[in-house]
Design a protein around this ligand. Structure first.
Ligand SMILES: Cc1ncc(COP(=O)(O)O)c(C=O)c1O
Length: 274
């Protein structure tokens, strides 16, 4: 795969950023991952909006979206082929001193593509013993500081699960390491509100707009009361959850989930940038 770095596109092994880039040394950067459909990025405008929001949240200069769009086009053109299923934009503070203090250098922009991600028909998830901090300075921002998610996902994998779930510091259901969660309780479609520290997922927003549903604060125990549970993310769209730790979800892939999947498939195939 060829990777776009600060204006030049090179084979992956040769694509480099400075060793003292603050994104590398302390995770001072933001990113977006989106699905690529027939060589085109899905929901690019929404992802660029969130990239800007995340950058502002870190106090980084706004990314130049004309440059980012051009970088996306050039990266997709330079990697044409059916194997390209996801695209990542990474935007960091650029070269800096060794500590947390930011440098005065220019920001770094990287655009890369990868193969399509495949998910099981229904997922098993594991609730992790660590909290999503809804009061964090970076709550709701898509920063490159993903080590907590890396540890949580490894914990889930060790238990045979494909995703980990976090509660927030108050014990409310929050999100997965790379996904948002929806539950169906007494026929109502519900998802944790943004106050519970979850990322404002692009897929989450589209599901709420297209399929309805309410954003509410949910105790973690809702996972044992829900008839249906599903995960959303840019690479998954909507995937039912069949098992949560040792608990089987009663109606995995039930009517509300299937209706949401059908609507999402129809609406997303009708508009590449909804
Ligand atoms: C922590 C986290 N929550 C939720 C999501 C889902 O967001 P989106 O639907 O925009 O992909 C992601 C995406 O990877 C994520 O990293």
């Amino acid at each position: 795969m060829r990777v776009w770095v600060n204006g030049a596109i090179r084979p992956g092994a040769e694509a480099q950023i400075p060793a003292l880039d603050h994104g590398f040394t302390v995770g001072d950067g933001v990113f977006e991952t989106m699905k690529v459909v027939s060589g085109r990025p899905f929901a690019l405008r929404r992802h660029l909006d969130r990239l800007t929001t995340s950058a502002r949240g870190l106090g980084l200069p706004d990314p130049d979206l004309d440059i980012v769009r051009r970088a996306v086009d050039e990266t997709l053109a330079g990697n044409a082929g059916p194997g390209v299923g996801r695209l990542r934009i990474t935007y960091t503070a650029g070269p800096a001193p060794l500590g947390s203090e930011r440098g005065r250098g220019t920001t770094t922009l990287v655009v890369a593509v990868g193969p399509v991600t495949t998910w099981p028909d229904a997922e098993q998830v594991a609730v992790v013993p660590w909290a999503r901090n809804e009061r964090s300075a970076v709550a709701g921002l898509k920063t490159t500081s993903y080590a907590e998610n890396v540890v949580a996902l490894a914990h889930a994998h060790q238990r045979g699960a494909t995703e980990a779930l976090f509660a927030d510091t108050k014990g409310r259901l929050s999100e997965g390491t790379g996904s948002n969660i929806f539950v169906v309780v007494e026929g109502r479609l519900l998802t944790p509100s943004l106050a519970c520290g979850c990322l404002p997922g692009v897929t989450r927003a589209l599901v709420l707009e297209w399929c309805g549903g309410d954003e509410v604060e949910l105790p973690l125990s809702v996972l044992h009361e829900a008839d249906e549970v599903f995960l959303t993310s840019s690479t998954r769209d909507i995937v039912p959850v069949r098992r949560i730790d040792t608990h089987d979800v009663p109606e995995a892939g039930g009517p509300v989930t299937m209706r949401a999947r059908r609507i999402f498939a129809e609406r997303s195939s009708a508009d590449i940038d909804p």
